[in-house]
Design a protein around this ligand. Structure first.
Ligand code: AMP
Length: 211
């Protein structure tokens, strides 16, 4: 089962992905997490991505498709995958389709988490993430410890107000059209109300998947 989680930055994809993955018995693949790890390790891919990420711009499609191709070929993803933060452009949708076709697979469903911009700004400006395991938190101070792994909570550079504004503009221009692309190509799509408790949103997503 291959599921794409779709929606604005801050819609809750990173919170919902591991919860859904656990219930469905599959792994998650979050391109943002892979890129942040590459930046921390100072790899060539990280060095290429850093400037784009700090501004809240999209990293080039070639970089993203390289990550997706490498990862999805791993046996760990054989039972399925929840894709978090990819697909973000139409060329990525096309590239993913071709990669999956080579593996005899396809995207089974796209879940779009709906939320308005005011709520996004509120969430992202109050968000911290664990430096080690990347778990996101709302309303927890930077410098405190992650509940899951004890790592340090930090603020993301791209959660600063200018970068948030830019990320929302980038979403409208480059990412929003991807949802229509999937609909037009006959993929099952569902819109999920992303406002509410974490458990309510997970339940809505699960029921949209019929699981
Ligand atoms: P995220 O953690 O999903 O919010 O991603 C953080 C940042 O990583 C984004 O603002 C982009 O700069 C970059 N990024 C992550 N995934 C993608 C993608 N699929 N396409 C382009 N850039 C991405």
């Amino acid at each position: 089962m291959i599921i794409v989680l779709f929606g604005k930055p801050g819609a809750g994809k990173g919170t919902q992905a591991p919860l859904l993955a656990e219930r469905l018995g599959v792994r998650t693949l979050a391109t943002g997490d892979v890129l942040r790890a590459a930046v921390r390790q100072g790899t060539p891919r990280g060095l290429e991505a850093k400037g784009f990420m700090d501004r809240g711009d999209l990293v080039p499609d070639s970089v993203i498709l390289g990550i997706v191709k490498e990862e999805l070929a791993l046996p760990a993803y054989a039972p399925g995958v929840i894709l978090d933060g990819v697909v973000r452009t139409v060329p990525q949708a096309e590239g993913l389709r071709d990669n999956l076709a080579d593996l005899g697979r396809q995207v089974d469903a796209v879940l779009c988490f709906d939320i308005d911009n005011e709520e996004i700004v509120r969430r992202l400006s109050g968000r911290t993430v664990c430096e080690s395991c990347q778990s996101p938190y709302t309303g927890r101070d930077a410098g405190t410890a992650c509940d899951k792994c004890g790592g340090k909570l930090v603020r993301r550079k791209d959660d600063e107000p200018d970068a948030i504004r830019n990320r929302l503009e980038v979403y409208e221009k480059q990412t929003a059209p991807v949802f229509a692309w999937y609909k037009d190509h006959g993929t099952r799509v569902a819109q999920i109300d992303a406002v509410g408790s974490v458990t309510d949103v997970t339940a809505r997503a699960q029921s949209a998947l019929g699981r």
